[in-house]
Design a protein around this ligand. Structure first.
Ligand SMILES: Nc1ncnc2c1ncn2[C@@H]1O[C@H](COP(=O)(O)OP(=O)(O)O)[C@@H](O)[C@H]1O
Ligand SMILES: [Mg+2]
Length: 311
């Protein structure tokens, strides 16, 4: 049985549909990412899966337990790190660990053992007596992760765990996540950082309460398999963009840094017409290059299709 099963899960706030008939499974030991911009419905979904918010309709099981029938059973079995880490600012590092250990019903000896583990894992040895509010972002984040796994849950929910944390700490954090996953822990994580998505075994792209696409990064990039993307570098990118956009072989164009990306229509590989058009306009360009679509390209494309379909 998958670690998490979700069927037609829906949540309304009044007349507003925050999560709209979402369905997916998360396999045991998988790192499953929920990717989407602010307001997409990521936190609302995670809170329903953690037994913190009642679904309006649909079903979900976590570790085989129905989230609506037994939310307390779910809470005991999972680790949850909320979007704003729920640490106590005025407690020291070790007091937070002891407090959360007590909350999970661990006895003294187990708390002591787990405290040593968390201090080691989070790189907080020597900072046991530091007030949590005085810790830098990366340390607080790792302490929050440590407190969420004190009871050694087999399923872990992380809601934008790296928000507002510096890049080095983000990388260290993902090493910890990879390690947990290697030990068999199932990790469900939300993010709006596209680079973090590369750590996920599978991803759901969420937009306006719906799952717009789901698969591994490689599978998601397959939506571009028949469309070649050409990178064009020229001194007048905006003029080139307008000129190339009108060509019959071109599906769309978009600025990419100081260059442009030109999506050719499905099946077309010939860049001859692009060169001809630029030559006609007297716009010199460097030799064209075919480029691999990025996850950002995928995300933009999926969102554009969703918007077109719903308007
Ligand atoms: N308690 C609530 N009452 C009313 N609207 C809410 C509530 N919680 C979330 N929403 C709305 O639901 C939508 C999805 O929110 P959320 O799940 O937090 O998105 P995300 O985590 O992807 O940024 C947003 O438009 C948000 O304003
Ligand atoms: Mg959120």
């Amino acid at each position: 049985m998958p670690a998490v099963t979700v069927r037609e899960l829906t949540r309304r706030f009044g007349a507003f549909l925050a999560v709209d008939r979402v369905s997916f499974d998360v396999e045991d030991g998988e790192i499953f990412g929920f990717l989407g911009s602010n307001g997409a419905g990521k936190s609302t979904t995670i809170r329903m899966l953690c037994g913190l918010l009642k679904p309006s309709s649909g079903t979900a099981t976590v570790g085989g337990i129905d989230v609506e029938r037994d939310p307390e059973g779910v809470k005991r079995r999972i680790g949850y790190m909320s979007q704003r880490f729920s640490l106590y600012e005025l407690l020291t590092v070790e007091e937070n660990i002891t407090f959360f250990g007590g909350l999970y019903g661990l006895d003294k000896r187990r708390i002591a053992a787990r405290r040593a583990f968390v201090l080691e894992m989070a790189g907080l040895k020597g900072r046991e007596k530091t007030l949590t509010r005085d810790l830098a972002g990366g340390w607080r984040q790792r302490l929050a992760l440590g407190c969420a796994i004190l009871h050694e849950p087999s399923i872990l929910f992380l809601d934008e765990p790296t928000g507002g944390v510096d890049p080095v700490s983000r990388r260290q954090f993902w090493q910890l996540i990879d390690r947990l996953s290697g030990q068999g822990v199932t990790v469900f994580v939300t993010t709006h950082y596209l680079d973090e998505a590369e750590h996920c075994h599978r991803l759901a792209l969420m937009h306006a309460g719906r799952i717009a696409a789901l698969g591994s990064v490689a599978e998601l990039k397959q939506i571009f398999r028949e469309r070649a993307v050409v990178e064009v570098r020229t001194g007048s990118p905006m003029a080139a963009l307008r000129a190339l956009d009108d060509l019959p072989t071109v599906e769309k164009t978009s600025p990419f840094g100081t260059a442009l990306h030109v999506w050719l229509k499905p099946g077309i590989r010939d860049t001859g017409p692009l060169r001809t058009r630029l030559d006609e306009l007297g716009l010199p360009a460097e030799p064209f290059e075919f480029v691999q679509p990025s996850l950002e390209d995928v995300f933009m494309d999926v969102v554009a299709r969703e918007e077109a379909a719903s308007s």
